[in-house]
Design a protein around this ligand. Sequence first.
Ligand code: PMP
Length: 357
Amino acid sequence: MNYLSARCRSVTPYVAGEQPRGSVFVKLNTNECPYPPSPAVEKVLKDFDAGVLRLYPDPDNAALKDAVAKKYGLKRENVFVGNGSDEVLALCFPTFFDEGDAVAFADVTYTFYKVWAHAFGLVSHVVPVNDELKISAEDYLSLPSKVKGIVICNPNAPTGMPMPRADLINIISSNPDKIVIADEAYCDFAQESMIGYLNDFPNLVIVKTLSKAYALAGARCGFALASPELIAGLNTVKNSFNSYTVNAVTEKLAVAALEDAPYYAAVADKIVRQRETTSDALRELGFEVLPSRTNFIFAGHKKIPASEIYFSLKENGVLVRHFKADRINNFVRITIGTPEQMNVLLDKVKKLLKGKL
Ligand code: PMP
């Protein structure tokens, strides 16, 4: 007897990046922030009254929604929050699409979109990126009518490359009958958010996270911004699944983080500058480095296969990410760390190129 559903048996789950415990790895594989959260966040954690944990958290997370709304000049009704943006993105699928509907996204993008499409009984309409590995807006302007939604990661992962805002506007305005989900997980390093356009487009859903630029990956907090109607739909689906997705500790930490804009602006600035320094250094060593607007770079070398780079670095204590997928299997994705971490990386890479690692 097989007690598992046919869908469970057929879905191939997403594989998260390695999270080695207690080792000495220079960890550049899951796009975490190399700097700690703001001192205000640390203070909230230190002062947290454990007695509060006796009670369930606010099922509406009103304080957190208000902090998000305030930061982006929106209303609470425009904000949905969840246990990481993965959960927020996942809930978008059953909220906006019915079983059998198709959802369009790129072949080279965040691989979780395909997993969610399958998990929720949808059809993946996969659109190849162009020869430069960029998402081309024109490929999304006359999609088949069975396609009910489009997911665009901007800037894209794992390439790190952004789509010009005008192109994204073109996609959204040319598809008024389809939901367009803009995954802005890495937008804080690119300054090309679509938030200013929310009122213009009733079909736009923007999804953001506190895991990257806000250094809160371990707290799990993400959010969606959209019209009150779309947000109400997300709340309906969430409340048909779990009333308490954002816990009491995370809610307070997230509010403190969102209120400390200057600290995080400085962190993003350091990461962006380090990204450019490291990209230049790798190019000088003969790497092709795609022009990134994120906190990671996607780089490959003609002389050494990316899989070898990945394994050699790992054996020598530096963890980067390698995807075996077509078209990108000769690149490694390297998260931008501190200057010290990037020096270790460059040192190992130089030795590898000399055959001395
Ligand atoms: N979107 C993209 C493009 C990502 O790379 C990630 C991180 N793996 C997420 C969403 C999810 O991040 P989180 O659940 O930590 O908010």
